[in-house]
Design a protein around this ligand. Structure first.
Ligand code: URA
Length: 212
């Protein structure tokens, strides 16, 4: 498992606005979209391209286009949905799958309660969208699930990460799973309620309002 924090003044600036409890929902959503675009730019540095001949108004030249099969973007319901528009602005030809993960209260394992994925993930590049890497349980379960379905290379994009979650992924993700996590920040810790500190609160609530 590789973990990388993107250090960039624009990322830090937008993240500060995002964390601010006075930032209203409408601005919060825009900031998430903008941050995801910046993180997606870094996350796709090594994406496969194939040569492509084109004709400019001046001459023939060779450029590149994204290789087939197209990458798959998988937002984790609910908060990951807020990251989808930013990702698709950068990768409009990607296919989109959806995963809903929750904790089984008996076994404490993360289980998939909803999935809608492309028919085949065989050999495909996948991008998981989940804004908060807190305990790491969701990302670990999602990465295992996608790998079992054939995904060959998985990048998980996070806004904030807790050291506890990163450590959990380092210990629990087997070498058979090709996972990289790209995050806008590595925060201080998790609190006793499982929130990232200093964090930004509940990402789903800040994107969509609270649900009882
Ligand atoms: N999920 C959130 O939305 N916020 C946290 O701080 C941790 C997990």
């Amino acid at each position: 498992m590789n973990f990388r924090v993107i250090e960039h003044p624009l990322v830090a600036h937008k993240l500060t606005l995002l964390r601010d409890q006075l930032t209203p929902t409408v601005l919060f959503r825009d900031l998430v979209e903008e941050l995801v675009m910046l993180l997606a730019y870094e996350s796709t540095k090594d994406i496969e391209v194939v040569p492509k001949k084109i004709q400019t108004p001046i001459c023939e030249t060779e450029g590149v286009s994204l290789g087939e099969p197209q990458p798959v973007v998988v937002p984790i319901i609910r908060a990951g949905l807020g990251m989808l528009s930013g990702m698709l602005k950068l990768l409009p030809s990607a296919e989109v799958g959806f995963l809903g993960m929750k904790r089984d209260e008996q076994t404490l394992d993360n289980v998939t309660y909803a999935n809608r994925l492309p028919k085949s993930l065989e050999g495909r590049r996948c991008f998981i969208l989940d804004p908060m890497l807190a305990t790491g349980g969701t990302i670990a379960a999602a990465a295992r699930y996608l790998t079992d379905k054939g995904a060959k290379n998985i990048t998980s994009i996070a806004l904030l990460s807790a050291p506890e979650g990163v450590e959990f992924l380092r210990k629990s993700i087997s070498s058979k799973i090709n996972l990289t996590v790209i995050s806008a920040s590595l925060d201080d810790r998790l609190n006793e309620l499982g929130y990232i500190v200093p964090g930004l609160g509940d990402a789903g609530d800040r994107l969509y309002g609270s649900v009882d």
